[in-house]
Ligand binder design. Structure first.
Ligand SMILES: Cc1ncc(COP(=O)(O)O)c(C=O)c1O
Length: 343
């Protein structure tokens, strides 16, 4: 069996029910002078979708096969990953405990409200480092196991060598959709932090003969001490699980921090203009934390003639952050034509 055939047969839950659509962003493309398509992973069935669902489809198939009754995940209190784990737990009838950095907020906003709605037990651990958070998660797992639970702990951002196979599969899904349109994605641009998305797309691309350039737009600083090395280890580990003979090196990891701006969740010049452009030209919503920074990168790279089309903007979800009051205010005030509307 070839590695691609093995990939096609890996145990996977169907948490989405359909292949996410890919659509040509016609007016956006005209505006920036490069042909851009959008892979709509913001659309889906479980817990407001997003890129984590693809990872969980593979990771949780493995967890269930190993008898898991209880999922544990850690992250920031606004994490899309922990929200996706909470939603998937509800969908699968599993218990879920989330270990969340920072203190409980005064208001139940955004993902935190959803975590509660999906029935997760939430534990707030204050402002601690990722390392300490990991240690607390280990203690939590022991506590739950002593109470008789069969625990499966998801890594930060649900990124692992196994979960990245969900994105290796996704690359094949996109390739087929683009080929039905008579196109090949020369460049794929996506927001990146824990690395599972990038590693999976890099692996999928490698398995299909390196047809595309995969460009990760880093949106969070210091996620790992060796970011490139960690991303690469996911992709190589995924290849190993498939028995694939692909020689992936650090050169295959193509990421940039040029669009991080002031940091995770903090401003980047051009991000609100990019959000406005995509929304007003296409009716597609991106947020200022993740996918908005990828769109800002596309606009900027196109203006510098550094983007080979057809480009696919991989919409990784997270759009509901625009309803967070602080972001909503900034989006509103940055859009000139709204300045005259009195609220
Ligand atoms: C909306 C959104 N886009 C992109 C990413 C980055 O994906 P990855 O963690 O696979 O690098 C995340 C991860 O938190 C996310 O929530």
């Amino acid at each position: 069996m070839t590695a691609l055939e093995t990939l096609g047969q890996i145990p996977r839950l169907d948490l989405r029910g359909f292949a996410s659509p890919v659509q040509l962003l016609e007016r956006f493309s005209q505006e920036i002078g490069v042909e851009v398509w959008c892979k709509r992973d913001d659309i889906g069935t479980v817990g407001l979708a997003g890129n984590k669902v693809r990872k969980l489809e593979v990771e949780l198939a493995y967890a269930l096969a190993n008898g898991a009754t209880h999922l544990v995940a850690e992250g920031s209190r606004l994490s899309n990953a922990t929200r996706a784990v909470a939603a998937a737990s509800a969908a699968l009838g599993l218990k879920c405990t989330l270990l969340l950095c920072h203190d409980a907020p005064n208001e139940p906003v955004g993902n935190l409200m959803l975590d509660g709605l999906f029935g997760a037990d939430m534990r707030f651990v204050g402002d601690i480092s990722w390392h300490e958070l990991g240690q607390r998660a280990e203690s939590l797992v022991s506590e739950l196991e002593q109470a008789g639970e069969k625990v499966y702990r998801l890594p930060i951002g649900c990124a692992s060598e196994r979960s990245c196979l969900g994105f290796a599969l996704a690359y094949g899904e996109l390739r087929q959709q683009m080929s039905q349109q008579g196109r090949t994605a020369r460049t794929i641009v996506h927001a990146s932090s824990s690395g599972g998305t990038h590693a999976g797309l890099v692996l999928g691309n490698a398995l299909h003969g390196f047809e595309s350039e995969i460009r990760g737009i880093v949106v969070a600083e210091d996620v790992y001490s060796d970011v490139v090395g960690t991303y690469l280890s996911f992709a190589q580990g995924g290849a190993r699980l498939l028995g694939a003979q692909v020689a992936l090196t650090r050169d295959h990891i193509n990421i940039t921090e040029d669009y991080l701006g002031e940091g995770y969740g903090l401003p980047l010049a051009g991000v609100y203009e990019a959000i406005d452009l995509l929304a007003s030209k296409e009716g597609v919503v991106v947020d200022p934390i993740y996918s908005g920074k990828a769109v800002a990168a596309i606009v900027d790279l196109a203006s510098k003639n550094e983007l080979k089309g057809p480009v696919v903007f991989w919409h990784t979800g997270g759009y509901h952050a625009v309803f967070d009051p602080s972001y909503a205010k900034r989006i509103w005030s940055s859009i000139g034509r709204l300045a005259t509307v009195t609220l």
